[in-house]
Write a protein that binds this ligand. Structure first.
Ligand SMILES: Nc1nc2c(ncn2[C@@H]2O[C@H](COP(=O)(O)OP(=O)(O)OP(=O)(O)O)[C@@H](O)[C@H]2O)c(=O)[nH]1
Ligand SMILES: [Mg+2]
Length: 324
């Protein structure tokens, strides 16, 4: 008997342990300000979506890509679901519902620090619209556990038991997106639910947003975090012009992205508050935006930031179509 041959044969026939590659779209849905965008950023390990304490910060579907040995999940952050007959709100609702329709998995985020209200019921209705999704491909995350005691968090848990009785308790997670608690277990569960398939994005990608959109969003975040009352909701940012300029040669060669952007107010009377006393407000917005932009882009950035009015833009279909 030729032992050598036997050994070689055994080695060849032993099956390598290859895990199937998972690939899925997961829509992050929930009412405004529950922490969806904070969670997206935590998951993809970079700031893909803007965050503010003001409800209805997110106005678009924002992709954040998560790569793990199991495969890739493309998370889609969505606008918070807010009930209102206003044109902008209706479009935001549509955006969220569409992302959910297109997703393999729904990641439903609740806020442990606030009891569920009528808006929560609206989210449940959209989830129920997905055929059987409430029981099959939904994961729930009760967020902000760092800011709520266990009794408060239990209110959200009981709400889920009552409204989504088919959702198994193994798919309900207590998390803090802010403090990075409970996220790994939730992500592992989502990979188990994900179908097999090829990765859609390269391993080094964490988002797929165009530069002009990212710049507009970063400026809007800085403005939303500084402006008060109705102003955060009254603005949008228009990147009107961008140019990549080269300077120097050899070792001193560098590229600068020159950007002209406008913070668009809804009324002429709002412009003064956005500019601030002696230009202090717009300067603060601009400097804060530049700090973030430097982290996002490899180029040097020059930002020419101004304020303009687009009268009552929230009711203007043409503008809304461009924005949302
Ligand atoms: N304490 C605490 N605060 C959080 C947590 N996650 C998010 N927040 C805060 O909640 C606020 C809203 O966060 P966002 O991530 O913008 O919420 P969102 O659900 O994306 O909001 P919309 O885009 O308006 O629907 C911000 O002030 C966050 O810092 C958390 O785990 N704990
Ligand atoms: Mg958001």
């Amino acid at each position: 008997m030729n032992l050598g041959t036997t050994r070689v044969k055994t080695e060849i026939t032993a099956k390598p342990k290859v895990r199937p590659n998972k690939s899925a779209f997961a829509a992050i849905i929930g009412r405004p300000s529950v922490g969806k965008s904070t969670l997206l950023n935590r998951l993809c390990g970079a700031k893909a979506a803007i965050v503010s304490p003001v409800p209805q910060t997110t106005r678009n579907s924002i992709r954040g890509i998560v790569n793990r040995p199991e495969g890739q999940i493309v998370f889609v952050d969505t606008p918070g679901m807010h009930i209102s007959g206003k044109k902008l709100n209706l479009r935001l609702l549509e955006t969220a519902a569409r992302a959910l329709d297109e997703a393999d998995i729904a990641l439903y985020v609740l806020d442990a620090s606030r009891p569920p209200g009528p808006e929560e019921d609206a989210v449940i209705k959209v989830l129920e619209r997905r055929d059987g999704a409430a029981s099959q491909k939904t994961v729930a995350a009760i967020n902000k556990i760092d800011a709520a005691d266990s009794a408060a968090a239990a209110i959200s848990d009981n709400y889920l038991k009552e409204r989504l009785p088919l959702l198994p308790s193994e798919r309900v997670f207590y998390i803090s997106a802010l403090r990075n608690e409970g996220i790994d277990a939730m992500l592992a569960c989502m990979f188990r639910l994900a179908p097999e398939g090829p990765a859609l994005y390269g391993k080094d990608c964490y988002t797929d947003q165009e530069p002009a959109f990212r710049i507009a969003e970063i400026v809007r975040e800085k403005a939303m975090n500084r402006l008060r009352e109705e102003l955060p909701h009254s603005i949008y940012v228009d990147v009107a012009d961008m140019e990549l300029r080269s300077s120097g040669t050899g070792k001193t060669a560098c590229q600068t992205l020159w950007v002209r952007a406008f913070i668009m107010a809804e009324r002429e009377s709002q412009k003064g508050m956005i500019v601030g006393k002696g230009g202090s407000m717009i300067r603060s917005i601009r400097l804060a935006a530049l700090r973030d932009l430097k982290k996002v882009f490899d180029w040097k950035i020059e930002l020419d930031l101004r304020v303009k009015t687009a009268q009552d833009w929230r009711g203007n279909d043409a503008i809304l179509k461009k924005l949302v």
